[in-house]
Design a protein around this ligand. Sequence first.
Ligand code: ADP
Ligand code: GLC
Length: 498
Amino acid sequence: MSTETTGAAQAAMPQPRRSVAFIGSECYPFVKTGGLGDVMYALPKALIAQNCDVKVILPRYKCIPQKYQEKMVYRGSFMMDLCADGKSYYVGIMEYVWDGVVYDFIDNDEFFSWGNPYTNLVDDIPKFCYFSKAALAVLNYLDWVPDIIHCHDWQAALVPVFQQAMFQGTPVGGAKSILTIHNLRFQGIYNNETIKYWTNLPDALFDYAVLQQKWVDSNMLKAGLSYASMITTVSSTYAEEIQTPFYGEGLDAHLRFHSRKLRGIVNGIDTTLWDPQTDKLLAANYGTKNAVKQKRANKLALQKALGLDEDPDKMVIGLISRLTDQKGLDLVNAIIPSLIDGNTQVVVLGTGDAIYEDSFRGYENTYKGSVCSNIMYDETRAHMIYAASDAFLVPSLFEPCGLTQLIAMRYGTVPIVRETGGLKDTVEPYNEYENTGNGFTFDRYEWWLLLDAVNRAKTLYFTGRERWDEMVVRDMEKDVSWDKSAVQYRQLYMELKP
Ligand code: ADP
Ligand code: GLC
């Protein structure tokens, strides 16, 4: 692209330019354990198209693949005071610029030498106290002062707190902050003494309005919510739900108190990365015109690869998930025997709690040829399952947004979801009278309601195929990109003028 075109393209963008520092604990393709990793990758890219200048600050974990480590460039280092006893730590900055986004990795072997980004709270609490303070110090060191500091989840929740308590009068002290809740279940709670030691924050902040919780504990997310200029979460419904005791994870009253600065902006997906027309990991690429035929080819390839009975007339139901209580897997476990009827296959991909890993392995053993449980984390297999499945299960107990139902729709795979959080906001229930909707839904968290939803899907699949195929096309045509939500984030950044 010539400089002239770049200039013209720039002029056509919304003005003025806004600079944003994204701070979070994971980001695809460097390190990803769930949807936060997808968002940290895709949203900055979508914001660039909205005339934002984005820098992403991440820990430099050992587990980041070598091919990325090799491309990082050393940008400097310094020592940073951290602990209550005056102990200071090395902060190195390794930079990687890719696709218009600048990634600054914070380097410190003591904190980030583990294989996994999250290990246990004993190690994770100091790690993310250090990371949150170092992120601010890095911005000052690089003399890159953003208009907005956009922090994600509890791991970066202390950023607004450190900023207010320790960085006033420094360049980064004037930036506005946003804290996005991706999952309220994880809050970074530990005893007061430990958090006091690792932050050296003033005693006044160990108060009920900020860090304090239940006398003995400090809650990092709670403090971030108090100090952030604005709070967002990843769907409108979840923004409402978390203000109630059931979904509030003990912070519902705190969130109601701060509700004037709380907003829901639904996630999207990167539609270039997730595109059945160009996805190199698929057996057969497809668009809306040939989806029905080509999805059968993908189905056969998957059945073959996984040792399932090879028959494209069988209905394949996919499930890709962290295997935890959040995801409604006890409901799935309860209905698998009723699903397996000789015409239906179930493919699971996930890792997590032993109870679910074992039960899914058990079902694979009982229903050989009809159930395949892939107890692993595997991006390639995920792409294959999204493309090959006919329907996709997301029966979550709670779901802040959920990306798997969005990816499924993009691949013409009909979602079956519980009406909660982002699932409710993104999947419109099938209406048989008007022939509208994108999937099948159920409301209360009961296994028989999930079974009923799956049976409604099966009925349409086996007895109303034309209608089913129309829904496949509707799903593929649905806008699941970041475009609309990136505009909303930009608007929010504009409202928060420093
Ligand atoms: P959460 O963040 O709660 O785990 P999301 O639906 O937002 O849920 O995002 C999950 C992301 O992780 C999706 O991109 C999904 O494809 C991916 N994913 C989950 N489990 C696996 C797995 N075992 N292998 C590959 N990808 C997975
Ligand atoms: C969380 C939530 C999920 C959401 C993701 C990205 O991990 O569990 O619902 O889609 O973050 O925001």
